[in-house]
Design a protein around this ligand. Structure first.
Ligand code: GAP
Length: 465
């Protein structure tokens, strides 16, 4: 039974990955050169979906909140930032090599799912003599710590003095701008700074499509609070994150909140709740919410020599604010949205056209996230219809992402739009010339209704708001 469900899940991942390539969502990076391990490019529809997710996050987590502001910091920062944050010393994963086949593994990934409690030590997850190479059965080396930061050199000289890092998390750019934001924005604690951007980690193992890659994007909030109030705001952000998961279409049954024990928490965290998701390849982390205490600001104060003490403008109390951090991966958001939306209908949903007799795929994406909102389909390639259809596409295109498609049977065109998650298809037929109305088809119910061209704007306003 378990074997069968594993098989179905593996098939689901394979089918989804194939669909995403076929329909222009996600391609292997450098594809014509055979690809590069675990790097992906977002294609024309993928970039729309990803941008819609980022836009929705920005709106919900930053713009719509009076106590939030945004930031876009540089990826390459002063190397001292990562000494202060502890990443140079501590941002490591435990690594083992197979002495026989020379493959490298993340030691904690070799443990069975329930082997981490109690007394688990993430520096030394196990006695190597108890484990063998999962690929060839060879003997493993002792566990050693491998730093995940990508290094490069700034300027023409490749010497230690020019060594810099690609940021391993977007958070660093926020901490070092705390003073700039306080001084320029007249904000009073509690307030937060949100940022979306790329992060880089030289992961020992990369896996499962866009789940774990070495270059990825994060959407992070650093929320600054009075130390007495951290629990209140931790709980507030927990609820906001739960609401976000609902908005993405994640079913409650697929989401699991995991209190992370001290032995497994990141070095800076005093409390962490992981949002875990039931991916087809197992239950794994989606997002994290952490209470980082005053660790970051204190460290940056120490290493920069600049005071990061905050003075409350009303009470005049001086203190270093504590930080609550909701940290969300963009790529994992894309993956779960697609997994939740992917629906197969065996035998098709209608029998009216040949195209729908086979297995049919519908991406039931939330409207706000769908890369194309409305497809404009002239029933035939006749000039009278094409001209009207293009005019409608032009007009609606001012407000919505539209796609114009005149190739293939109408059934095939509906299916193509269902597969990419387009909420509405609009068909221009021969009656349109006389009655100045079009047929609008709903992706999920497949209900069709006749709408006058002059009413389309209002019609879609109601549907999409
Ligand atoms: N500032 C805190 C921080 O970076 P994290 O748990 O290491 O915490 C936050 O990362 C989120 O970033 C994760 O929950 C995940 O969504 C995403 N993430 C982390 N590593 C990733 C990787 N290698 N590939 C894709 N996403 C990743």
């Amino acid at each position: 039974m378990e074997k069968k469900s594993k098989q179905i899940n593996q098939n689901k991942m394979e089918k989804l990955v194939a669909l995403l390539k076929r329909r222009g969502f996600i391609f292997p990076s450098s594809d014509i050169y055979g690809g590069i391990q675990a790097a992906y490019d977002y294609g024309p529809l993928g970039v729309e979906l990803k941008n819609n997710i980022k836009r929705a996050w920005w709106k919900r987590f930053v713009q719509s909140k009076l106590d939030m502001v945004g930031l876009d910091a540089a990826i390459i920062m002063h190397p001292k930032v990562w000494e202060a944050s502890g990443h140079v010393k501590n941002f490591t994963d435990p690594l083992v090599d197979c002495k026989k086949c020379k493959k490298r593994f993340r030691a904690d990934h070799l443990l069975p799912a329930n082997a981490k409690s109690p007394g688990y030590d993430k520096e030394k997850p196990f006695f190597v003599s108890d484990y063998q190479c999962p690929d060839c059965g060879g003997e493993l080396t002792e566990v050693r710590q491998f730093n995940l930061m990508f290094q490069t050199f700034m300027g023409p000289l490749q010497e230690d003095a020019a060594k810099v890092y690609l940021r391993p998390e977007t958070a660093g750019g926020i901490f070092v701008n705390f003073k700039n934001v306080v001084d320029s924005m007249r904000l009073r604690v509690p307030f937060g700074i949100g940022q979306i951007g790329k992060a880089f980690r030289n992961e020992i193992t990369v896996e499962n499509f866009i789940f774990r890659t070495r270059e990825f994007e994060q959407m992070e909030v650093e929320y600054f609070v009075h130390p007495r109030e951290w629990e209140k705001y931790f709980n507030e952000w927990l609820e906001i994150m739960k609401g976000w998961c609902k908005f993405l279409g994640i079913k409650d049954s697929n989401l699991h909140l995991q209190e992370i024990p001290e032995s497994e928490r990141a070095f800076y965290s005093q409390r962490t709740i992981d949002f875990e998701y039931d991916y087809p390849f197992g239950r794994k982390e989606l997002y994290g919410l952490a209470y980082r205490t005053d660790y970051d600001l204190k460290q940056h104060q120490k290493f920069s020599g600049q005071s990061l003490e905050y003075t409350d403008p009303l009470t005049k109390e001086k203190y270093i604010p504590h930080i609550i951090e909701p940290s969300l991966g963009v790529d994992r958001s894309v993956l779960v949205v697609l997994l939740e939306a992917y629906t197969e209908i065996i035998g098709g949903r209608t029998t009216t056209t040949e195209a729908t007799k086979e297995l049919e795929v519908v991406l039931s994406l939330p409207y706000e996230l769908a890369p194309v909102k409305i497809a404009i389909l002239p029933l035939a390639k006749k000039e009278s219809l094409v001209v009207m259809a293009k005019k409608i596409a032009q007009d609606l295109g001012n407000n919505y992402a539209v796609q114009y498609d005149e190739t293939g049977s109408i059934g095939r065109r509906y299916r193509r739009q269902d597969e990419i998650g387009t909420p509405y298809c609009l068909t221009i037929d021969f009656d349109t010339i006389t009655d100045q109305a079009v047929t609008v088809r709903d992706r999920d119910s497949m209900q069709q209704e006749r709408v006058a061209i002059k009413d389309l704007d209002n019609f879609f306003k109601l549907k999409f708001n």
